[in-house]
Design a binder for this molecule. Structure first.
Ligand code: NAD
Length: 420
């Protein structure tokens, strides 16, 4: 086995992992079904925010190579699965990419290998979905090969925490599987945390994401009534977070986005309902509140235009920042999409500006691109700050705007400036 680790799925999660493993001198093979992704990486081009082309060049120097040739997985001592886990059309888990990846691994499984699933998924996936497929080979997990789950915790754009210094939770199918996985990550991750088994490790990840989802929903719901009561919620949160224990600040916004928060809690609630027949009520309520934010922002926009005796229909509304978080290009599940659509459905003429998004295809024609930021800000009837990228001098833009709606709580108060 000439490859130390093969990483299946070279996206936001797989690539940073490949980078850390390459840095410590492991021979890393990246496998992906996307020919363009593989060709780009082998030519030194990064397609994720957290890695630059220079980072890829360094990895290539360190021996990293990408391939679409599945048979090469047979060369690996360890195989880590980092493929997407989206939702199906009915809102349930779509394990299609995981199953496809595991089928590929099965065809190349060798005795002594360590297989680790990192994709976020519902409890039981490693044992009930991954293990039976791999055991079709006649090899047994825990005896002939090692099997573990280790949740990915990557936070795209985070300048302080990356794959190396974020503690890595590991749960093995057997204690020996856990030992093998912990030893593998221990080569390039500062802290490895052992969970009791695969189900505990799978559920730990879902608890983390559900916790964020619910707490964001809490402040989003508060944003509505605080506005009606004339209370500045951002000031409330600034005061509350001075408590040195028992409180963590979460902030309201125009909705939740990204690959994790809007999707992963559904994996848990769907699973609880399917297996046990009762709802995970917190998740369902949080889903309802967070999903309602774009339409709430639209109604606030309507009210703000009303102050200037303008109807939303025919008004020019400029959205600033359409990615799901600041300072990155990732648009997955961004609430800017339903917001643009809701505004356009009510007849607004929607424009967008985003230094990270040259072509906003996700908006599906509901918004056109503003070429010149300053002109667009001053000519719009209403400017909505959706994402606070560091490129924006928010107060200068707010001063130039006819009306400015700040959904991120960062603009200084002003006569024409309103906060969510
Ligand atoms: N992006 C994040 O911030 C983040 C954070 C924590 C956890 N996660 C979880 O990690 C997992 C991966 O997410 P991601 O953001 O890296 O996804 P991604 O879309 O960025 O990348 C996934 C890659 O997998 C490839 N792929 C799909 N099916 C494949 C197959 N059968 N074989 C080989 N390659 C295949 C795709 O071509 C793509 O390049 C998901 O379960 C996600 O929930 C993501």
């Amino acid at each position: 086995m000439s490859v130390d680790v093969a990483i299946v799925g070279l996206g936001y999660v797989g690539l940073p992992l490949a980078q850390e493993a390459s840095h410590v001198g492991l021979k890393v093979l990246g496998f992906d079904i996307g020919q363009r992704v593989v060709d780009g990486l082998n030519a030194g081009a990064s397609h994720v925010d957290d890695l630059s082309d220079a980072d890829i060049a360094k990895m290539l120097e360190q021996g990293f190579e990408a391939t679409t040739d599945a048979s090469r997985l047979a060369e690996a001592k360890t195989i880590v699965i980092c493929v997407p886990t989206p939702l199906s059309a009915d809102g349930g888990p779509d394990l299609g990419p995981v199953i496809a990846a595991v089928n590929t691994i099965r065809d190349n499984l060798k005795p002594g290998m360590l297989v680790i699933l990192e994709s976020t998924t519902y409890p039981g996936t490693t044992d009930e979905v991954v293990r039976p497929i791999l055991e079709e080979t006649g090899l047994k997990a825990g005896t002939d090969f090692h099997l573990a789950f280790s949740p990915e915790r990557i936070d795209p754009g985070n300048e302080h925490f990356g794959a190396k210094n974020t503690p890595k939770v590991v749960g093995g199918h057997t204690p020996a599987c856990g030992d093998a996985a912990a030893a593998f990550y221990g080569q390039f991750v500062d802290t490895v945390v052992r969970a009791k088994g695969t189900r505990e490790a799978e559920t730990a990840k879902l608890l983390e994401n559900t916790y964020r989802h619910i707490n964001i929903a809490l402040v989003n719901e508060m944003a509505r009534f605080c506005h009606d009561l004339g209370i500045d919620l951002w000031d409330v949160i600034a005061a509350a977070k001075t408590k040195p224990f028992g409180f963590q600040a979460f902030y309201p916004g125009p909705g939740v986005g990204g690959h994790c928060i809007p999707i992963d809690p559904n994996y848990l609630s769907h699973n609880v309902r399917a297996r046990l027949g009762y709802p995970f009520r917190f998740v369902e309520l949080a889903q309802e509140i967070n999903a309602g934010m774009p339409s709430y922002v639209t109604s606030r926009a309507q009210n703000l235009l009303n102050l200037d005796s303008k109807p939303l229909r025919g008004s020019r509304v400029l959205l600033l920042g359409v990615t799901y978080k600041p300072n990155i290009a990732d648009q997955r599940e961004s609430p800017a999409v339903p917001l643009a659509k809701a505004l356009a459905d009510k007849g607004a003429v929607v424009q967008y500006h985003d230094p990270h998004v040259p072509d906003w295809t996700a908006a599906n024609g509901s918004a056109s691109r503003a070429e010149d930021l300053e002109t667009a800000v001053s000519t719009a009837d209403l400017v909505i700050l959706v994402q606070n990228h560091r490129e924006y001098d928010v107060d200068a833009l707010a001063a130039r705007a006819q009306r400015f709606f700040d959904t991120r709580g960062v603009a200084a108060p002003g006569e024409k400036v309103s906060r969510l």
